[in-house]
Design a protein around this ligand. Structure first.
Ligand SMILES: Cc1ncc(COP(=O)(O)O)c(C=O)c1O
Length: 383
């Protein structure tokens, strides 16, 4: 399978709707914070550091999540090299070869090979406009129990601005998921990289905020709000589980230099101004792509996301999203076929979807790219 493209590989005519790169215009100026880190905190940032993450950042993260309804201490926080390392660490902690796990269908495609590395069996559960279908999960778990099969070890989901569908789980669904997971003794992995990239509507409660028994492993990251190249994220979990994951995080700890830069930025007045800019700019891009798709690909259904980086297009059943992605790529418009977001393989995988990321492209590029995509679409849909 082709990997998403790196922007530096292409000229201006190429439109990159394929991967969730940050808008270059939104990358914050971190120079003053880097300078302060390297002068005022020189020894701290250039030495080996704690495997669990720097105390200042863990304290800030616990407080930040507490403002979002949680009840955490710094001992609940493990700093990671991005959310992807968070997924890997939770798998190392919880999974043995052959275990079952639950994912949504579709799901975040980069997580699929991480899970596969652990030799898991996937149980795929659908979604609708209110997010992950908890009733369908309950039915699937009942059927497994009736067959005498082991229950899954974890449920992985992206509750807000889902990658790829953009759907956000309602509060009622979240409560129901926590209750079901608690009752069956299954861990929940809440992967929430887009939480602050909200354009409208009220926040739904974090699963971690609803968690009363330590069921939820919350994965956070600075990639989508600040800059993916920083490679810093975190896991919020029970202190005993954090202590075990520190042993499994064997690369020597996340960079203390980058942690200090992030901490200084996050507690400066620049941070909230940055969040406002991010929300406004991605909202404009979301509006632009939704309008352009309605105009240029009127047969495609598009669910308008309230935040995040992606729109998910449902094409008429006879239109092959794999073919559309391939032909569009030849025309210099890169996007990802929906079939890549399903953990299952084979004939039953739906092929009439594509995902477009609007985070990297400017509104002008979005207009240009969707217009050209419309022409490719018409050439393969036989109109
Ligand atoms: C759902 C989800 N989880 C995790 C990540 C990656 O996060 P990080 O850069 O922190 O590894 C992404 C990035 O696209 C994502 O969409």
């Amino acid at each position: 399978m082709p990997a998403p493209h790196f922007p530096s590989e292409f000229g201006e005519e190429t439109i990159l709707f394929d991967s969730g790169f940050a808008a270059p215009q939104l990358l914050p100026s971190l120079t003053p914070f880097a300078l302060a880190a390297l002068t005022e905190h020189r020894e701290e940032v250039l030495q080996y550091a704690s495997g669990r993450g720097q105390p200042h950042l863990r304290e800030w993260l616990a407080e930040w999540m507490n403002q979002d309804g949680c009840a955490l201490t710094p001992d609940h926080i493990l700093v990671t090299n991005g959310a992807k390392q968070g997924i890997d660490l939770v798998c190392r902690l919880l999974l043995d070869e052959g275990d079952a796990i639950v994912v949504s269908a579709p799901t975040y495609f980069t997580a699929i090979p991480i899970f596969r590395n652990f030799g898991v069996e996937f149980i795929e559960i659908g979604q609708d406009a209110h997010g992950f279908d908890v009733d369908a999960l309950e039915t699937a778990l009942d059927a497994r129990a009736a067959d005498g099969r082991e229950l899954p070890k974890l449920i992985y989901n992206v509750p807000e601005f889902h990658n790829p569908t953009g759907a956000t789980m309602s509060a009622a669904r979240r409560e129901a998921l926590i209750a079901l997971a608690d009752a069956r003794g299954i861990a929940i992995v809440e992967d929430s990289p887009y939480r602050q990239v909200r354009f409208e509507g009220p926040d739904e409660p974090l699963l971690k905020a609803l968690d009363r028994s330590g069921t939820v492993f919350h994965l956070g990251t600075f990639s989508k709000l600040v800059a993916p190249g920083l490679r810093i994220g975190w896991i919020a979990a029970e202190p005993a589980q954090v202590a075990r994951m520190i042993q499994l995080k064997s690369e020597g700890g996340s960079s203390p230099l980058i942690q200090r830069i992030i901490y200084e930025f996050a507690r400066s007045p620049d941070f909230s101004a940055h969040i406002d800019r991010v929300q406004a700019a991605y909202r404009e891009r979301r509006d632009c792509i939704v309008a352009a798709v309605a105009r240029e690909l009127p047969e495609a259904r598009i669910a308008v996301p309230e935040g995040g980086y992606y729109v998910w297009l449902t094409l008429p059943a006879h239109v092959d999203g794999d073919l559309l992605a391939a032909k569009a790529g030849e025309a210099g418009i890169h996007l990802i076929a929906g079939s890549r977001f399903f953990a299952s393989v084979g004939a039953e995988v739906p092929r009439h979807h594509v995902r477009l990321a609007y985070s990297y492209t400017t509104p002008d590029q979005i207009e240009n790219g969707v217009r050209r995509l419309g022409a490719v679409y018409r050439s393969i849909a036989g109109q």
